[in-house]
Design a protein around this ligand. Structure first.
Ligand code: PXG
Length: 494
């Protein structure tokens, strides 16, 4: 990417209000090509310090054409927030401000930004072989990656199906669950059980088992038939300000029995939950809840799917949350941290029994009619292998466990700040829930998000909740900066 970025030194008289009459470094980006590209950018250039204050010539970017995902397009385009560069724990905005990344991009850049090892591995792969099919063909990097993933997977989950995103991983897992039962002569098991407030991406399958109302309501008439939902486990009345997992609420898993009694087990293929819900604002499983789901699923022959798209790859101090919670699912969906966010990729992990059940019929027959052109794309595989190397070399898959006590103390220091009605944490995940403004839900947290960004910290807002999930390389002083900035902003936000 960097090869496309051309940087120029301009001596300008900055007429901006902030730094009057200061000589600045300016950076131009390709969407605003400079008139004279004399000196291409390279990582070795010394004249632009990563920490220099960069003030580009304001670029008249046309914002109209890009229909932005999950964004208030008109509001954003009236007041855009543009990120231009990233390294380590930081982004730099288009106008050169340094911003501490409190959300690892979107829960994906677990090893921090600008990892040259990943860029180099991808570049090498692209020049060696940019693409190879994996339908009735193969390439070694795909098999190597699957084996490496199997080696860190929860017990028995050593069969890996590659996708390109979390959404594709979820829809893949749902289809595998149906195909599994069918292969075993239980083709009538077609129902799925999801959970209220769950987020499983945006495919029709994931939307159907998901439980966030705004993601569903426009499409409600075309959801998968036969899906039902468990109640969510967020209950501030019982659990507000719990440190780590809440102790109240394991009994909510018994609702699974109620749904089974209603629909009959023989119609249910799988239950899917996030071990920790992320998108809905960090909802933690009560102590014992996931174990209970596992027991009930086993009792009724229902597959248990953990959606570990955000909890996978070290976020909770183990490679996967199922290991942290000591509950092993039958299928596990992942993406994001798999490649450190550098190249889109997802992976579904399956128990050997699930894979084996499908390895039936004539040897020459395709066993699962499912796959993507870019399943195990060579560049994504190379990125994932380089990412796994970094995770191993730097101990990042367990670092969240080391930092968790300090993280917990830091985020819980927000208790008592005005409007704060709950603080939640686990591993390197944290959330602060604010009292909604009367009649204007979500606006207080959105203002907090905006003000944090102005003050050099990026957090994530959902409803009246601020979520944090920094890169796992975060240093203690940066934890303090993140939380202190947030505290100051919340105090200043009416
Ligand atoms: N499952 C889970 C549990 C997720 O968190 C997906 C599936 C879908 O992944 P893709 O790669 O298709 O986006 C996700 C995505 C947030 C936020 O609110 C979370 C996600 C995506 C964007 C924003 O912080 N998770």
């Amino acid at each position: 990417m960097g090869a496309y970025v051309y940087a120029h030194l301009f001596i300008i008289l900055n007429t901006g209000a902030k730094h009057p009459s200061k000589i600045e470094v300016c950076v131009d980006f390709p969407y605003h090509p400079p008139s004279h590209r004399s000196k291409p950018w390279s990582p070795n250039r010394k004249d632009i310090d990563m920490n220099a204050e960069l003030h580009p010539v304001p670029a008249p970017i046309d914002l109209d054409a890009f229909w932005m995902p999950f964004t208030a397009n008109r509001q954003f385009k009236a007041n855009p927030r543009l990120l231009a560069r990233a390294k380590g724990m930081h982004y730099w905005t288009q106008d050169g401000r340094e911003v501490l990344d409190g959300v690892a991009g979107l829960w994906c850049v677990n090893a921090g930004h600008g990892r040259t090892e990943i860029a180099d591995a991808v570049a090498k792969q692209l020049t060696t072989m940019e693409f190879a099919p994996t339908f009735q063909m193969g390439h070694p990097v795909a098999f190597e990656l699957a084996s490496r993933l199997a080696a860190i997977s929860p017990p028995g989950m050593d069969r890996v199906f590659f996708t390109n995103s979390g959404s594709e991983s979820v829809d893949t897992a749902l289809k595998i669950a149906i195909a599994y039962h069918r292969a075993r002569g239980e083709g009538q098991r077609t129902r799925f059980i999801g959970r209220e407030k769950g987020y499983h991406g945006v495919g029709f399958g994931g939307t159907s088992v998901g439980g966030m109302v705004n993601n569903r309501k426009a499409y409600s008439a075309v959801m998968l038939p036969g899906v039902d939902h468990l109640p969510h486990t967020l209950d501030l009345g019982h659990n507000a300000f719990s440190r780590g997992l809440p102790h109240w609420g394991a009994h909510l898993a018994n609702e699974f029995e109620r749904l089974i009694a209603l629909h009959d087990a023989s119609t249910i293929a799988a239950v899917i939950v996030e071990p920790i819900s992320g998108s809905a604002g960090v909802i933690l499983p009560p102590v014992g809840y996931l174990k209970r789901l596992r027991e009930i699923a086993d009792k009724h022959g229902i597959l248990l799917i953990f959606d570990e798209v955000i909890t996978g790859f070290g976020r909770v101090g183990k490679p996967f949350a199922s290991q942290a919670f000591d509950v092993t699912p039958d299928l596990m969906t992942t993406a994001k941290g798999l490649t450190n966010g550098a190249i889109p990729m997802g992976a579904v992990f399956a128990q050997r029994k699930v894979y084996d059940a499908l390895m039936q019929g004539p040897e020459g027959a395709i066993e699962l009619f499912h796959g993507y052109t870019y399943s195990a794309h060579p560049a994504a595989c190379a990125a994932a292998l380089a990412t796994l190397d970094i995770y191993a070399r730097e101990g990042l898959l367990s670092r969240a466990a080391t930092l968790a006590p300090q993280w917990e103390d830091a985020v819980h220091s927000l208790r008592g700040t005005n409007h704060v009605i709950d603080v939640r944490n686990y591993g390197l995940i944290g959330a602060v829930e604010l009292e909604p403004r009367a009649g204007k839900p979500g606006t207080r947290a959105f203002d907090v998000f905006l003000k944090c960004f102005e003050r050099g910290v990026m957090v994530r807002q959902t409803g009246d909740i601020i979520a944090m999930s920094p890169p796992l390389i975060i240093e203690p002083k940066q934890i303090a900066q993140l939380v202190e900035t947030l505290a100051g902003v919340i105090r200043d936000t009416p």
